[in-house]
Design a binder for this molecule. Sequence first.
Ligand code: GUN
Ligand code: ZN
Length: 385
Amino acid sequence: MSKATTSALEFRVVARCSTTKARAANMVLPHGPVNTPVFMPVGTQASLKGVLPEQLEKLGCQIMLNNTYHLGLKPGQKVLDAVGGAHRFQTWTRNILTDSGGFQMVSLLKLATITEEGVKFLSPDDGSPMLLTPEHSMSLQNSIGSDIMMQLDDVVHTLTGPERMEEAMYRSIRWLDRCIKAHKKPETQNLFCIIQGGLDKRLREICCREMIKRDTPGIAVGGLSGGEEKTAFCEVVNTCSDLLPQNKPRYLMGVGYAEDLVVCVALGMDMFDCVYPTRTARFGNAITRYGNMNLRNHKYKFDEQPLEKDCQCPCCLPKEKNGWGISRAFFHSTVSKETAAAHLMTIHNVHYQLNLMREMRQAIIDDTFPAFVKRFFNDKYEGDK
Ligand code: GUN
Ligand code: ZN
């Protein structure tokens, strides 16, 4: 067993909800503070599609997510080493979390196969065989210089059979040991482990116990959001949350629907990421307090209102308040034709997600979180757009 003895983060819980497991914490990473609960927008190919780092910073984003797999292919390790990492490469001065690459390959490339050595796949450039090992993923993430690096894990679909599920869970523990050994910069980069085990409570418990022993600076729960039943999903999150140490950040991977964020914060999770808010914006879907809207719908053709009443994002804020005052009618006629419209909608959706987390944090601090949850669901399902 390997142990991660060094960490490059501070994590201080500043408030707890008295009736749920929700907590608010102040985390400090090498590139600045992160207030939790936090949502991390995903910039796959360095930078969010269409959103400038400066705009993201103005929205109050303290940490974004990048993918090792994508950055490793383009610009590639040599360029990353030459420019001094992904922060400089994309002129982003705040924190970066990188996913390790295995999950992306398995979900993107149907031809990926997993052996004890690592994940084998065919290069999307020239079809040549490539192998991503725990050591290679760590080396790439060290070159990227991410503030939080994720271990390479063996990810299988939640509905995979029990034998393969157990194999993936134990292999993820062995790969964590290899990642800990291969990590060259524990003083400046934090390695997080990833709990696997599908929907099986026993496997999740074994995995939690084993990974907690390795003492990484933070802990992620993976292998969810693959179309499983909501109750099964919540039970896994709840099981893990009861076993995880209180003094470390807990990251629920790939979760980003607003209602899941609210429920999982109540279950004691601190960090989240998802491509959903940015991806869905490009399809013309706005996420709002009063439910989601597809702006391509004809009912918005003459609608002069902003996407969301009282939204403080620059798209919705009126001109008099130094915003851009963009109407639903504008989005209706442009969103599938103009990239600028998709970028603007992305800004609104990212603002929505970040603001939702800030509101939850404030409610936890004020000890009004249960009332917040009630109002959230009421607005979302009963609210009048
Ligand atoms: N993103 C969403 N789920 C997962 C997971 O289980 N593992 C990794 N590495 N990334 C994820
Ligand atoms: Zn808005």
